[in-house]
Design a protein around this ligand. Structure first.
Ligand code: HEM
Length: 241
């Protein structure tokens, strides 16, 4: 029997639940983010409308970019919380890494490999995510068809976005799969696992393709707009200015 003084208490389980919840919220956020971001594929006016919507333009009659900053700040806080909670499970010593590598090689078990991919993609996002979030936090007024495309091309953000896209889609896709396996209650777990794996793969392929197309659209606009970098977009929609 474990002596009372060595019992872990309720906190590890609570922190585990908090990690799952923060991950679920971030995962759902990123799916919506990539969909809204893809509005550029429907045209500059569509992306302009989405941007102004989040600035409260259609409610208050004028844009309030600080509303976006407020939202970014809460996503940033969630991102930091999630990363801090995940750090508890990082293999921190070289010996732990060696054991894990050996274990992964011997097992050839996909779910074990998944966990490792999640650790590595999470590690990459730890550095790249804050660069993007800080820009969004401090310059929320510079989001729009031209402003975003200028940042992607003339601001040379595209390499970072390309890398971040792969990291976040792999991390989020595997993360949502692992959440469903961990917390779901299935009558046939092996069958459920196969189905969930298939669904998470389809989700990742879809969002990677959508994200790459979106980035290509920003690159095209950014290259064409480079001679007039900094000039804001004026919508061609009727009734708005
Ligand atoms: C509320 C917080 C966020 C806002 C307002 C936001 C906004 C944007 C905007 C406007 C773009 C288009 C490019 C640009 O204007 O520079 C973009 C692209 C992108 N964002 Fe975010 N973002 C947020 C959080 C995040 C987070 C947490 C991640 C991942 C860690 C992320 C990953 C990306 C990626 C990968 C792209 C490039 C997507 C593509 O074009 O394929 N964003 N974001």
């Amino acid at each position: 029997m474990i002596p009372a003084s060595e019992k872990p208490g309720p906190w590890p389980a609570r922190l585990d639940l908090l990690q799952s919840l923060s991950g679920l919220l971030l995962g759902l956020f990123i799916l919506l983010h990539l969909l809204f971001d893809a509005s550029i594929l429907l045209g500059k006016d569509a992306m302009w409308t989405v941007t102004r919507f989040f600035e409260g333009y259609f409610i208050f009659g004028h844009a309030l970019p600080w509303l976006v900053s407020l939202f970014v700040a809460s996503i940033f806080a969630l991102f930091v919380l999630h990363a801090w909670l995940a750090l508890r499970k990082f293999p921190t010593q070289w010996r732990q890494h060696r054991i894990y590598w050996a274990h992964m090689g011997a097992m050839r078990h996909e779910d074990t490999t998944f966990w490792f991919v999640q650790v590595m993609t999470g590690f990459g996002m730890f550095f790249l995510g804050p660069v993007h979030l800080y820009l969004m936090l401090t310059h929320p007024e510079q989001i729009g068809p031209y402003a975003s495309a200028d940042r992607v091309w003339s601001g040379v953000m595209w390499p970072l976005y390309l890398l971040l896209l792969w990291l976040v889609v792999l991390h989020g896709g595997i993360g949502l799969y692992r959440l469903a396996v961990k917390w779901g209650d299935y009558s046939d777990p092996a069958k459920a696992r196969r189905k969930l794996k298939w669904m998470s793969r389809a989700l990742m392929v879809f969002f990677l393709a959508l994200g790459m197309l979106t980035l290509a659209a920003y690159l095209k606009i950014g290259i064409e707009h480079a001679p007039n970098v900094g000039e804001p977009y004026v919508p061609s929609l009727k009734g708005v200015s």
